[in-house]
Every structure is written in structure tokens, then in C-alpha cells.
Design a protein around this ligand. Sequence first.
Ligand SMILES: [Zn+2]
Ligand SMILES: [Zn+2]
Length: 337
Amino acid sequence: MQTLTLTRPGELRLTDTPAPSAPGAGESLVRVRASGVCGTDLHAFGGKQPFFTYPRIPGHELGVEVLAVGLDVTNVRVGDRCAVEPYLNCGRCIACRKGKTNCCETLQVLGVHVDGGWREEIIVPAAKLHRSAQLTFEQLALVETLGIGAHAVTRGDPTPGESTLVIGAGPIGLAVAQFAAVAGAKVTMLDVNDARRAFAADWLGVATLEARNLTPEKLRAELGGELPTLVFDATGSPASMRQSFLWPAQGGRMVFASLVQGEIAFDDPNFHRRELTLLSTRNSTAAEFKRIIALMESGRIDTAPWVTHRATIEEVPAVFASWTKPETGVVKAMIQL
Ligand SMILES: [Zn+2]
Ligand SMILES: [Zn+2]
């Protein structure tokens, strides 16, 4: 069957791999219908994703159709349309026992640590399938991306009306801004890219600010006299993450929603003077998948404008490099299978 394999950084190939056999107990065989292209995939293509090894079949944002189920599978049936929660956790470690399945000690993410879904068929644990009778395969493929934003907002825990700054208006920043807005926060977005700011302003109706040459004084003035009490960085840029320690108000919280290779240094007196709380966030949980699907089904979350680029599996190797360039205007590229 047709499969996209990242053989090494910079080389994504259309390959032929054997179709999977029948699903075992607790497993399901699914047909992949749509898969989003994530920052993780783009960074892996560039050789800059810290958890990635090669060769690897990428693909963790998946909208799938159930083809067969193994013994003891009751949550899905043949023909169901599902989102895949691509986080394979052990169920026994301290994080799993506390319900933090998203950061299991031995977590394996489909398409990152083990082969993922950029192929026609794949076997997954049925418990990782979340069905919807209403959503399209593309919408289902977007649930994982939205989960990153939803979980980041769970971590930051905004209160209604709280002044919240989201740095970076790419897909993760947009998802963060959207769930912060659902929680009632007052959201302002920061980006260096004019097109991305315009997209965020049009689509989410949030205030936006040019990130270049910003100072705490300017930010304070823009926000009506006070700095934000909650700051998310979703840029994947070490320079922005270092700088983000300047933006929270005294006693504020920061969430690093994106991850970078290497170390982030910060000025400790500034950190202590403001008594800042710094949080990381990783992946999302089954409960968040279910909540997101319900929000999409009810129309409270609308992701239709996200998909700016589409390609079939055959077309992907030729166009993939262009998706790594912000000037192509990519918000979310979708692979159709
Ligand atoms: Zn992703
Ligand atoms: Zn675990």
C-alpha cells in the first residue's frame, strides 16, 4: 500500500509497504482518509524535532474509517469515522495512574516514536479511537491539533475575563487562543507575520499586535495599562520563549505550548520579582478529545478556515518542502488518502 516515509531529514518518499494483518484483541484496523501536517512533521523534515528518529512513517493527526475490529472491542464498529488519539501510554506508570496519560513515562506517539498514519491502513488500539457520526475526516484529523491547544489552556486555567497573551499565530497558537476564548479569557495575539495576524483577527476576532520591537511598556499601553496575567508561547522559537518572561504581570503564569531543542535561559531576578509560574504542556487526554469533538459537533469550534493547502498522498513529496515556508501562507496542510 502507498506510504509516505521520511527516510532522513529533507527526504520524504512515496514508498510501498505491506498492508497490516488482522487486528488483535483490543485493536482496530483503520483506513486513513485524511491527515494533517503538523509543526512536528515539518520540524522532523528539517531535522529539528528532538523526539524523532529516521526512517519513520510520520502522521499523527488522523481522520480514519474503521475497517475491522479485534476481539473485545466495543467502543467502535466497522464503518465508524474516528479521530485517533495518537499517544500510546503504558497505563501503569505514575503519570498514567494520575490520569496524565499525555505524559506517560514511556509514551510513544504514533508518527514520532513509532510509525504513524501516512499510509492507507494502520492498526491502532481501539481505545484510542474517538468516533463522531457528524464530523468529516478532515475535521477529525484536526482534533489532535486542537487538543494541543485545549490541553495548554487546561494547564494555564484562565478565568473569565482574564487578560491573556498568545504569542505565535500558527495552528497551535490559534488553537490556544480559541480554547482560551471558549474559557472566557480576553485574548490578544502576537506574531511577526502580517498574514498570520490578519488571519487570527478575521477568524477569531481577537486583538493582534506586531511582535517586533515590542517592549513591556508598549504592551502595557496596548492592553489598557496592565500586563497580561497569563501568557502562552506557541512560537517554537527559543528567542521568543526567552523574551516571553518579559510579558506577564506580577504574579502571572506562563505556558510554553511549543517545544524547542536545547536550553532556554532566563533572568532569574525578573522571574522571582514577578513570582512567575512557568508551565509546560504536552499532548492531550482522551477526555479532551471527547470534549473537542463535542465542541466541533455543536459548532462552537469552527476549523474550516484552517485548511489552506491540500494534496493527495502521491502529490505530497513534491509539495512538502513548500509547506515549511511561511511565505506560502500555510496554516494547515491536509493529506488526502
Ligand atoms: Zn501535531
Ligand atoms: Zn504510563
